[in-house]
Design a protein around this ligand. Structure first.
Ligand code: HMH
Length: 218
């Protein structure tokens, strides 16, 4: 079994807390207050801006590692997606009357953004960084795909958001990242694998905190 698969099984309860959070469940049953959605939107824009330099640093690590061109291209496609995402956030925010210039980052967001910054350090090798990247993307993919399943009552005005991360193309991209992570982990030392697993679990915790903040406001 692939290494990430063993973690997904081992840390299943935590993974479900991140991917089936009350924020997501309440999108599915249309009970999410729109004020929470707007709060999430503003906070996630700040997160996404901090995500840009992290992915750029990941691309540099992939290149230095001499990883296959195909893998570098997958990360490059992630950068392209993020570029789209930044524009989308601006459009979506103006649609909802959310002013992106005046958002104050909440504690959980600050903690997550400093975690991203710590991943940019040279001490964090390519294997660890790409594993964390996969985990971050996979949580959003799984969470929002969940809101598009048959029988969900997801409101029409939230569907575009859910599709952004929940669509099949994004799913394939996440599986490609998982493949890169698995191949790296396969040839890594036990110590690196252990560190990468800890990062995986940390991402799940940070995602839960981010959703909590979006629901509760702090
Ligand atoms: C908090 N996690 C958070 N925001 C995002 N936009 C993603 C993951 C995926 O891009």
């Amino acid at each position: 079994m692939e290494i990430t698969e063993t973690w997904l099984r081992k840390h299943r309860p935590m993974y479900l807390r991140a991917t089936q959070h009350p924020f997501i469940l309440s999108i599915r049953d249309a009970s999410l207050p729109l004020s929470s959605f707007k709060r999430w939107l503003g906070q996630d824009y700040i997160f996404v801006r901090a995500f840009v330099p992290f992915i750029a640093s990941l691309l540099v690590k992939a290149w230095k590692e001499g990883d296959d061109e195909a893998n570098v291209d997958i990360i490059l496609s992630g950068i392209a997606t993020l570029n789209d995402e930044v524009s989308w956030f601006k459009r979506e925010a103006s649609k909802w009357g959310v002013s992106l210039d005046s958002i104050v980052p909440q504690q959980a967001n600050l903690v997550y953004c400093s975690f991203l910054e710590s991943l940019m350090s040279a001490q964090v090798d390519y294997t660890q960084a790409v594993t964390a990247f996969w985990a971050i993307e996979a949580v959003y993919q799984e969470s929002f795909a969940h809101c598009l399943e048959d029988g969900c009552k997801t409101r029409d005005e939230l569907k575009e958001t859910c599709e952004r991360w929940g669509n099949d193309g994004f799913g394939q991209y996440c599986r490609a990242l998982q493949g890169i992570a698995n191949r790296q982990l396969e040839k890594a030392s036990d110590q690196v694998v252990e560190k990468a697993e800890a990062l995986f679990v940390r991402v799940l915790e940070l995602e839960v905190e981010f959703w909590n903040m979006s629901v509760l406001g702090s």
